[in-house]
Design a binder for this molecule. Sequence first.
Ligand code: SF4
Length: 690
Amino acid sequence: MTRTVRSTCPYCGTGCGVLLTPTDTGLDVKGDPDHPANFGRLCSKGSALGETVGLGSRLMSPQVDGADSDWDSALQLVADKFSDTLAEHGPDSVAFYLSGQLLTEDYYVANKLIKGFMGSANVDTNSRLCMASTVAGHKRAFGTDTVPQTYEDIEEADLVVLVGSNLAWCHPVLYQRLLAAREKHGTKIVVIDPRRTATCDAADLHLPLASGSDVALFNHLLTQLYENGALDAEYLANVNGFDEALHTAFCSDVSVTGLDPRDIKTFCDLFTRTEKTVTLFSQGVNQSSSGADKVNAILNCHLATGRIGKPGCGPLSITGQPNAMGGREVGGLANMLACHLDLENAEHRAAVRGFWNAPAMPEAAGLKAVDMFRAVGTGQIKALWIIHTNPAVSMPDAEAVRATIKGCDFVVVSDVTGATDTARLADVLLPATAWAEKDGSVTNTDRTISRQRAVLPAPGHARPDWDQLAEVGRRMGWKDAFDFISPAEIFREYAALSGIAAGFDRDFDISGLAELSDEGYAGLEPARWPISARRQGGRFFADGQFFHADGKAKMLAVSYRAPEAKTGPRYPFRLNTGRVRDQWHTMTRTALSPRLSAHLAEPFVEIHPTDARQLEIKSNDLVRLRSPQGQSILRARITDAVQTGSLFAPIHWTGETAPAARICDTIASVVDPVSGQPETKAAVVSATKY
Ligand code: SF4
């Protein structure tokens, strides 16, 4: 009998619902008409999912030192090595590096094992490369990492401002929802992005600002909102820091944006007179050495006007990965604790420690991604477990990261394939179940928790990540704490912990699901948190109540800072990086679909015609980019979508698909001092014909 299962797409943070039906040749995939993220829509990547479930590249059994092994030997080796390393060198000598691709239940067990039982906060995730600046900005403004808005607000807004977001390619279904709303009631669209992307096709105004100058633009907007009487004095009574933020904004120089003053005025006038304004922001804001300040400059404008938490009105960060939000919620970052509690708050720590009955708990933040791999390189970290991510290609200064992983005493990699740059460096490779074989939950960009359901059998000896982690926990001596037998059981424990967190006046609360039966979990419908007796779904902050100790929000006084790396005679070009429409991350899944690979088949670099002429580079020539960190060789695409002096290259190609084209080899490991997020959109390079 044909069985159709409701699940979620494993790509972007939109979190679309899918209907999955196994067929003789694989999997039929359709959009779920009842899912509140997409109402049946899918983009090219989601609709090609059925083409990516073949087993050709799958890892089928554990491997130790490159040879086939069995689960008992491999997991005992992992448990023994981590136990010995902890005993000999202490908790700072171990680390986990996780992924926004993990399900919430996997993330919860990983975080519990390393923070509560190994006693180390050295757990970070590729979400650090994705939206850590937003987390920092939210916490500084609101007291918690709270997304105030919902997808419906995009449809209710009269003005949507997209900052550093190529929504048309990176979150296509949200873009379709925006265009459908514009068709109905004429929503105005402004795109703020150094590059003219596909998203600009529908824009009423495109502001091609200088790379990294967003703070100057939003500071100027704040002054214009003030001068034109658009501030909400009543709302500002619940906001600290207004005077200082405004004073700093007045000291800001908007000319650094390089924008035409008439365009700046058009934008400011539009924002000033449009009450129902949503500002969507994404990686162009986050992946910057001033990312957290950019986020706060945007939040300042919404707080000052009281345009937040209301229908059609507020800031909305668009996350890159399918479960980046779930990872934030379980505290899967080096500076966080589960359920939006703070690692460096003694009462919060004591509450979690008591709930877990944990023997150890770190008292300070652990190492964030860039510092974590540096510590691997110096030998401080001697045992590293990397789960569902490919840092050997995706980290900045990736060539150096490959060398540090190679030199680490003991590296475990859990993944669905052994054919990645990172997996090839592992001492122990553990075969994990893939998207269509996994059961658990994810949270999308607007706080909607959805179930991901298994529809295909696990091939070979593949096991779920939570199961691998729990087994290692048991083998390290913590049998009761890791006696999980199902994702439902993990979810209930997590939901119960959120009830304790809510007692500290935290936003994240799903305690209403703590008593969910196995059947209830199996049939759980998509639902936006909070889900508790106290509060259900909806928006945050329209009531002016925030999560700082005094209940008020905070506006931050932020000043423009140029990108860290400076162009000059040796490295005259500013290099921007990003995604293409039909590929995902390092292509381990999307490259399996011929249809997706046909869109843009080769790694490329976009060059402005004026620059190309000067460099005597023609369309389709090979171009060598060099930076102080390394080099990348790419096919030239000559286009005025990039500005003169700027280049753009996609992030996807790896040692497996195009070794010479690994773009992160050219990116410096410069980070935002507040969020620790690397500046992956503003490297400096030279460009020459190859
Ligand atoms: Fe999947 Fe994102 Fe496309 Fe939706 S918009 S189908 S979540 S990739």
